[in-house]
Design a protein around this ligand. Structure first.
Ligand SMILES: Cc1ncc(COP(=O)(O)O)c(C=O)c1O
Length: 422
């Protein structure tokens, strides 16, 4: 049956269409943080951040169905629902995030952000990290694992990381200076090349880079440097936002209020929704210059779904759950992994954890094969995780935020077993 559907998929969707796990999973139903396959087998979902308030969340589904049965149009009519949503969403951000452009995906939100920064600054040049992923369009995709100086409008810098530092033996402060010098050089090189600087686009927790240990103060000093050079700070909250880290936004842990913030994935609990929010003047000049329109974005259904997601996050206090259960998992995994030489570090930002697989703790050489093996071992036991990070050597643990203590304990037992080679 699985072979049959895999062959059909190849035939219809193309041979290299990505699939997870050596033995792919055929899911047919979801509820909370549970997923069920075609044979009725139950899995704990430890991977999917998009259904942040749970798979098939009843309140979200009802809001969607009710609004879809009432009115669903494009956005060039007057509509209260999307305005109520915009107001609620902006109210959750820091002062200075005043207006919002809705999109359908995270890529589009970043596309809007980059265009907005270009319009506001008159510049073209962006700096990102060397293991960034912010989306797949031509413009945003130019930041994906960008070489240091290989593209005319994009310079990448080594992502700040105290675990595998750019230079060994430095104090935390000196390491921070060292990474800031890379940013300085990237900005200065634009000037030498005659490219005006537009800004930086960073994920506020460097999620795709692998949740590295960022030297304290880096983000705040980087933001000051960027602004002094005439650029804008764009923070991508597509992974970090909506309570994942135990706070509403990842940037709350950086001492920086971005000029522009982008959102996606969990924002619609699986319904395609994205957003780019910023200061009023930035949004207004973007609107004026581009007359931006996105057929499916900012519809009444987007508004209804978005409001239901926010209500669930707030009423069920899921930020607190992320903080509490994330800390619990981190503590327990630290204990389980302590005697295992192939685990180099455990990263945790709320309910987003990365288990770093290495050949040994001295060389810290990434062990991608081990990470894939552990992930497949967990899948066989009914726990869905993934691999990620700059070297694809981390086990990524990022469940829906309705994940609970019982599921956490089931998982820890299975993880201990898999890590000990069981
Ligand atoms: C940090 C980050 N930004 C943006 C995106 C792109 O979002 P989407 O796939 O909705 O276009 C992703 C997707 O993985 C992401 O991880």
């Amino acid at each position: 049956m699985t072979d049959e559907i895999t062959a059909r998929r190849d035939e219809l969707l193309g041979l290299k269409t990505p699939l997870f796990y050596d033995s792919p999973v055929h899911l047919v139903r979801g509820e909370g943080a549970w997923l069920y396959d075609a044979d009725g087998r139950r899995y704990v979902d430890l991977y999917n951040n998009i259904p942040v308030v749970g798979h098939c969340n009843q309140r979200v589904v009802e809001a969607l169905a009710r609004q879809a049965a009432t009115l669903n149009t494009h956005s060039r009519y007057l509509d209260d629902v999307i305005l109520d949503y915009a107001e609620r969403l902006l109210g959750l951000h820091a002062d200075g995030i005043e207006r919002v452009v809705f999109t359908c995906t995270g890529t589009e939100a970043n596309e809007v952000a980059m265009q907005m920064a270009r319009i506001a600054t008159g510049g073209r040049g962006f700096v990102c990290t060397d293991a960034a992923y912010h989306g797949h369009s031509d413009l945003v995709g130019s930041l994906t694992y960008a070489p240091a100086r290989g593209r005319p409008d994009v310079h990448s810098i080594p992502f700040p990381d105290a675990y595998r530092p750019i230079e060994e033996g430095l104090t935390s402060g000196a390491l921070c200076d060292r990474y800031l010098a890379e940013l300085r050089a990237a900005i200065d090189d634009f000037a030498t090349e005659g490219v005006q600087f537009a800004g930086v686009l960073f994920c506020s927790i460097l999620a795709n880079e692998g949740l590295p240990d960022i030297p304290p103060g880096f983000m705040a000093r980087a933001a000051a440097m960027v602004r002094e050079a005439g650029g804008l700070v764009i923070f991508d909250e597509v992974q970090a936002g909506f309570c994942r880290t135990g706070r509403w936004w990842g940037y709350e842990g950086t001492d920086v209020v971005p000029d522009i913030v982008t959102m996606g994935k969990p924002i619609g609990n699986g319904f395609p929704l994205g957003a780019c929010a910023a200061r009023a003047d930035l949004v207004d000049s973007f609107r004026e210059r581009t007359h931006y329109f996105n057929t499916f974005a900012a519809s009444p259904v987007h508004g209804a779904v978005g409001l239901a997601v926010l209500a669930e996050l707030e009423e069920r206090r899921l930020a607190d759950n992320a903080a509490t259960l994330g800390a619990y998992l981190k503590d327990q995994i630290d204990v389980i992994a302590a005697p295992i030489e192939g685990i180099g570090a455990i990263r945790a930002r709320g309910l987003f954890l990365g288990i770093e697989c290495v050949e040994d703790r001295v060389s810290k050489r990434p062990d991608r094969g081990a990470a894939a093996g552990i992930c497949n071992g967990l899948r066989k036991r009914g726990f869905l995780t993934g691999t990620s990070g700059a070297y694809e050597n981390q086990i990524k643990i990022r469940p829906p935020l309705v994940f609970d203590q019982v599921q956490a304990d089931f998982f820890l037992e299975a993880l201990a077993d898999v890590l000990r080679g069981g």
